[in-house]
Structure formats: C-alpha cells, structure tokens
Write a protein that binds this ligand. Structure first.
Ligand SMILES: [Fe+2]
Length: 326
C-alpha cells in the first residue's frame, strides 16, 4: 500500500457492453430501465441515467457476442491523468491514446491483467439536457426519468477474472483503488473476490475469481443505482411485465449490504439494480475479510443464490436454462 493514498482516479465514468442484439438491448435500457439514448454512431448507442452528470455512462456496441468492452475511468485532473498513464505505462499492461468517446477528451486505453479493456480520461463535457429534458432545479442534470425503472446513475462494474489477487493488486497499486472487502479461502492463501473503491461508495469495481470456464476478460454484471428499496421492488415488477429474466432478488447482499436485483438484458449481459450503497468515510478503513465458509451461509437474509449467479458470465456460449433459449 502506498504511504499516501493515490487520489488520481475520480470514479468509473462509463462501461461499454457488447451485444449481439443491439436494437433489443437499446429498447431494454431505454424502455425498461428508463435511460435516455443521447447518441448513436458507428454501430454503438450511448445512454445515460437521469442523475449521471456526464453525457453518457453506458455504451452499447453491436458485436457477435455479449460481454464487456471498455470501462472508462475519469481522472481527477489533467495532472492526475498524466500521473496514472505514466504508472500504467510502466507496467506490462500499458496501452495507447485515442481521441476519446463523444463528449470525452483524449483517452488512454489499456487492460487490466485479466484483459478487461480499461481507459483513463479527464476532459468530459457536462451533459446539457435538451428542452424537453431540462430540470426545474439547476442542481440536477435533467428531469427525473419518466419510463420504466428510472435508474439514477451508474454504480459499479463487477468482473470475473482468473486471478483476483493480480487484478486487485494492479488496480490498487497502479490506479489507486482502495479495497473495502474481500473473500479469501479458509486457509487464507488466496483471494476469491475483492471489492474496490475510489469514491466514498464502498465499491466502484469488483473482481470475482470463480470463472469456471477459465476464460479471461469476462463480465459478471454492471449495476445501476436507484434511490431506495421500494424502487428495487418496483423494478422487479417492471421486469416481470417486460418478460425480462430475473435471476435472483430482490434481497440484501452480505458483502457491502447492498439491496439487489439481478436481471439479464436481451444481449445476455447481467444487470444489477441496487439501492442502499454503503459509504466509507474513514481514511484509514481496513478491508473486511470474509472466508469461503462464511460466504456459504448465503446472502444477508440467507438468500441462496442460484447456481447461474456463480457460473454465468459474459461472453457465454449459453444462457442458463432458466433464462430460456434465445
Ligand atoms: Fe454488484
């Protein structure tokens, strides 16, 4: 751990999801999750939740498979961007600059040790709502969502990986993430999962090492936040009526205590709707460690997760049986 915490990464700015059914995925995020599409270009759609201050937080890209594309990290300043780029470039995981996504400035692309594409940028044009989306109060980016679930903001991304420790060490030492919670084997010799943050939220990214297929670079889920549990419960009813595959929830996680609901978008990627994000204010917070045996008792209220939640990650050859055949 560095003596002085690195505060160069401000937050996760966007996540790119790959989908083999772009139009269906767009309809899900717009009509069911209630997000707004702000731009469509070159086989990609850019979407935002009503509380996101940047122009978009989700990029949907047409692909022959599901999975995660680039996870964009906004730096805290131009100097912070240069410092983190220099740190990444000094590792075997260095990358290259590009012109950036719409509304974003020059962006440095690289990958974590497991191969998940990542990007660092600073310049970001704030979202300016069109006339029909302009809010009454000037301290919010746009009017509240008026369709579907009405998610407020991007919350976190959860990756599958082959070696949790290698990825956790990389994002801690090179990017400045701080670990808030982890799962280790009963012997304590190996990390099985890690939750890391750069904001006061207790996690912004997470790594799980339970990838049964041994495939690197996969996604477990992307999470969007709603204000309270009632909205999560309502989201479950909305998914039910929309015919979306609800995998598990609503219920409460043990780790981080987040209230959760998991659903699959039409492209096959798992999406989590959450409330009750835990905040960490202590500058000297020590990671909370759970053993594999402790995790076997299930989630906070003893909810036992279905096997698909442990096994399924994208890209995947098949959806879980319960999700039906596309
Ligand atoms: Fe999550």
């Amino acid at each position: 751990m560095p003596v002085h915490p690195i505060r160069d990464v401000a937050h996760v700015g966007y996540v790119e999801l790959l989908t083999p059914v772009l139009d269906e995925s767009i309809r899900f995020f717009v009509d069911v999750l209630g997000m707004d599409e702000v731009e469509r270009a070159d086989g990609a759609s850019y979407l935002r939740a009503f509380g996101d201050y940047e122009r978009f937080t989700l990029k949907l890209t047409a692909s022959d498979r599901s999975g995660v594309g680039t996870t964009g990290l906004r730096a805290a300043s131009p100097e912070a961007l240069q410092a983190r780029v220099a740190a990444v470039a000094a590792t075997p995981h260095g990358g290259e600059w590009s012109a950036g996504e719409p509304g974003r400035g020059d962006t440095y692309h690289f990958a974590d040790p497991d191969g998940h594409p990542m990007a660092l940028y600073f310049d970001s044009a704030p979202y300016e709502a069109p006339a029909d989306r302009r809010p009454t109060l000037k301290n919010q980016p746009q009017k509240l969502g008026d369709r579907g679930v009405g998610v407020r903001r991007l919350d976190h991304v959860n990756f599958r990986c082959l070696d949790v420790d290698a990825n956790c060490t990389f994002v801690r030492d090179v990017l400045g993430f701080r670990m808030s919670e982890q799962i280790v084997t009963d012997e304590g010799d190996r990390q099985l999962g890690a939750w890391l943050h750069v904001t006061q939220k207790s996690y912004d990214i997470a790594y799980g090492g339970l990838d049964k297929d041994g495939m690197p670079g996969r996604l477990h889920h992307v999470a969007y936040f709603v204000d309270n549990r009632e909205y999560v419960l309502r989201a479950a009813d909305i998914f039910l009526d929309a015919g979306a595959f609800i995998e598990v929830g609503p219920a409460k996680h043990t780790i981080q205590q987040t209230f959760f609901l998991y659903v699959y978008e039409p492209g096959g990627n798992r999406i989590e709707i959450i409330s009750d994000t835990r905040l960490i204010f202590a500058p000297d917070h020590e990671p909370v460690t759970w053993t594999a045996t402790e995790r076997k008792r299930g989630q906070a209220w003893k909810t036992i997760m279905p096997q698909s939640w442990f096994d399924y990650a994208t890209p995947a050859d098949e959806l879980p049986v319960e999700a039906g055949v596309r």
